[in-house]
Design a protein around this ligand. Structure first.
Ligand SMILES: CC(C)(COP(=O)(O)OP(=O)(O)OC[C@H]1O[C@@H](n2cnc3c(N)ncnc32)[C@H](O)[C@@H]1OP(=O)(O)O)[C@@H](O)C(=O)NCCC(=O)NCCS
Length: 177
């Protein structure tokens, strides 16, 4: 029997309650200084609007959404973006890997990445691409999990409280294992 205080699942539809929980994770990550598209402070309503838009893409099967849940609710998430040009049917992008600060350093990030790779295999996607802020916790995580580091793009984005950050591009060839 598993004694983990959290579990993972794929959501094929996203309820309004789940949108609220996903918004709380996003707001917490921005509050914690993560460079994940938004500037600080991120209002909960705005975060909910973002997730409502993502939920439409989930319903249309343009994206796959994985969540980790603990006793409080959703505490982590990652997405696989499946809608790509017709000349890239074997590829997908990994995006919005977020773990609430209350749930970090328990292996949830690593488990979400392994699970998203399994979803990709299930969708016959054999090449995955992502980018992440250079020097952050996520860069270490992807390297630890065997993702190949391509290189850095300087001045790619702003940190949530201002100041440029570089991004590091990674890929994972799922035919290689
Ligand atoms: C990057 C991020 C997703 C990692 O999530 P996480 O759930 O903490 O990831 P893990 O628990 O798998 O690994 C994190 C660390 O905890 C350690 N760890 C894992 N399980 C552990 C355990 N049971 N006990 C102690 N440490 C543990 C890992 O070795 C790793 O150590 P390191 O940071 O020194 O390399 C999280 O920090 C986050 O959401 N950051 C902000 C958002 C962000 O930047 N997202 C990336 C966008 S691309």
């Amino acid at each position: 029997m598993s004694t983990a205080a959290w579990s993972l699942r794929r959501l094929n539809a996203v309820s309004e309650a789940q949108i609220g929980e996903l918004a709380d994770v996003l707001v917490d990550c921005v509050e914690g200084g993560a460079s994940v598209s938004f500037m600080h402070p991120l209002a909960r309503e705005r975060a909910m609007a973002f997730w409502r838009h993502i939920a439409e893409g989930i319903a249309e099967r343009k994206r796959a959404l994985l969540v980790a849940e603990d006793a409080i609710g959703i505490c982590g998430t990652v997405q696989l973006m499946l809608e790509l040009p017709e000349n890239q049917p074997h590829r997908a992008d990994v995006a919005k890997m977020l773990v609430h600060r209350r749930a970090r350093r328990q292996g949830i990030g690593a488990a979400l990445m392994r699970a998203v790779e399994d979803v990709a295999r299930g969708c016959a996607r054999t090449l995955l691409v992502l980018d992440t802020v250079t020097g952050g916790d996520a860069e270490r995580l992807y390297q630890r999990l065997g993702w190949k580091r391509v290189g850095e793009i300087p001045r790619y984005a702003l940190m949530p409280r201002g100041g440029f950050c570089s991004t590091t591009v990674f890929y994972r060839d799922l035919t290689a294992q």
